[in-house]
Design a protein around this ligand. Structure first.
Ligand code: ATP
Ligand code: MG
Length: 422
């Protein structure tokens, strides 16, 4: 137990961190290009926020939340997703009074008590955006175009964009009635969760993963065929705009999404490579959510990318991520005087922005050179008594193996220059 991370969590080790930083920075850069600003929020919120915000008929709220009571008797929950917290913050800080729309992006860990599978964890990472105050189809198309640009910038190919409209509460009411009629003589043979949902939120049944239930749903009425005129026009505008930009999509009438708050446009980016957990990104419009959480009626739309799945997808496509180079220089020393000089040099080099690894183990010259090589240092310099006296040393180019005699006074200038031209 002591030496094992909790089930469903994973460490991101130094050897892997470069690809995480690369993806996170790319995401931030693309978001800023579209006018989004980063927001950072607490890992836990009041449980009620998720019950309301995510919706208490969802799998997340019914089965997956990490909920606990703190010492003050409050019920708190580790965030299972990002949107509810961002909405809470938008309301709490009166962001509606800022110039609209409000465009926010985030980089978070999220927590869900789920069955472990490839691409499915209990602590995982999401990159997401939320856009408040823009109800027009332009916003839907722009958010999707941001995603396409992001995946392109990572060289990810062949993700399928699946698109659907799940209408608004008004058109859903009529549809739910039809769905209930369809399910009336089938529900008896379906799972317990579906039985619970038939009265509270029959549409959720369409998202059931149980194979038996899926069989019963094959002939179910399709929501997209029952949406109202306003929702239909909105959806047609979104698809037209995507065509205008040249973004390829497929209409998937089966997407209902796992969160209660969605309306109108819902979408997913799906991979064919990484198995059953192939949904790399999910998103959609949630025009009722802000009001549900206590704010003024405000349209909203957003998405979240699962970073673990994104990295799996990149790996399966053989996409290489630039690796951080080794240190600019390794500084070794033999003897006390040399050690002192090295300390001074290392301080000066580092102050000038040069990556410098200095011996702090007092090892033999041979061991130090071996270590410099392992680190992938670009140059190495070993200083002994002679070098202290002459103020000169032999700089080893670790790429070519050549040595060059240099004056220690010029070491910093030289490395700064080499760094600029290398
Ligand atoms: P799924 O159908 O795979 O359970 P979801 O609909 O629950 O996904 P969302 O709530 O929309 O997922 O979250 C957005 C994205 O976050 C998903 O598309 C996925 O990439 C990622 N994600 C969700 N749950 C997990 C998890 N347990 N582990 C890793 N990534 C996850
Ligand atoms: Mg899920």
């Amino acid at each position: 137990m002591l030496t094992q991370a909790p089930k469903g969590t994973h460490d991101i080790l130094p050897d892997e961190i470069d690809k995480w930083i690369f993806v996170e920075q790319k995401f931030a850069e693309i978001c800023r290009r579209f006018g989004y600003r980063e927001i950072r929020l607490p890992v836990f919120e009041h449980t009620e926020l998720f019950q309301r915000g995510v919706g208490d008929t969802t799998d997340i709220v019914q089965k997956e939340m990490y909920t606990f009571e703190d010492k003050g008797g409050r019920s708190l929950t580790l965030r299972p997703e990002g949107t509810a917290g961002v909405v809470r913050s938008y309301i709490e800080h009166g962001m509606a009074s800022l110039p609209q729309p409000t465009k926010l992006f985030y980089n978070i860990t999220a927590y869900r008590y789920e069955k472990m599978q490839k691409g499915r964890f209990r602590e995982f990472h999401q990159l997401g955006v939320e856009l408040f105050g823009a109800g027009d189809a332009s916003a839907d198309a722009e958010i999707i175009s941001l995603l396409v640009l992001f995946f392109d910038s990572l060289n990810i190919k062949n993700l399928t964009l699946n698109l659907n409209s799940i209408g608004c509460p008004e058109c859903r009411a009529a549809y739910n009635q039809k769905l209930k009629e369809f399910l009336a003589d089938r529900i008896g043979n379906m799972c317990e969760t579906c039985k619970e949902r038939i009265d509270r939120n029959p549409m959720r049944i369409l998202d059931c993963k149980d194979e038996g239930c899926r069989q019963h749903l094959k002939e179910a009425p399709v929501l997209l065929d029952h949406i109202c005129d306003d929702c239909r026009v909105h959806f047609e505008k979104v698809t037209q705009k995507l065509q205008d930009i040249g973004i390829h999509y497929e209409i998937d009438k089966g997407i209902v999404r796992g969160l209660d708050y969605y309306n109108r446009t819902v979408f997913e980016f799906v991979s064919r490579n990484i198995g059953s957990q192939g949904t790399v990104c999910g998103g959609g419009r949630y025009d009722g959510l802000i009001e549900t959480c206590g704010g003024a009626p405000t349209p909203g739309i957003g998405f979240a990318i699962g970073v673990e799945r994104l990295l799996l997808e990149m790996e399966s496509q053989g996409i290489e991520i630039p690796i951080r180079p080794g240190p600019d220089i390794y500084l070794g020393s033999i003897g006390e005087k040399a050690e002192k000089l090295c300390e001074k040099l290392a301080w000066e080099l580092r102050s000038e922005g040069i990556t410098c690894i200095k011996d702090i183990m007092g090892r033999s010259v041979k061991a130090q050179m071996k270590y410099a090589d392992k680190l992938g240092a670009r140059y190495a310099l070993i200083i002994g008594d002679n070098e202290v006296e002459s103020n000169k040393a032999s700089l080893k180019d670790m790429k070519t193996g050549e040595f060059k005699d240099i004056s220690l006074d010029t070491l910093i200038d030289r490395l700064v220059k080499i760094r600029e031209t290398d």
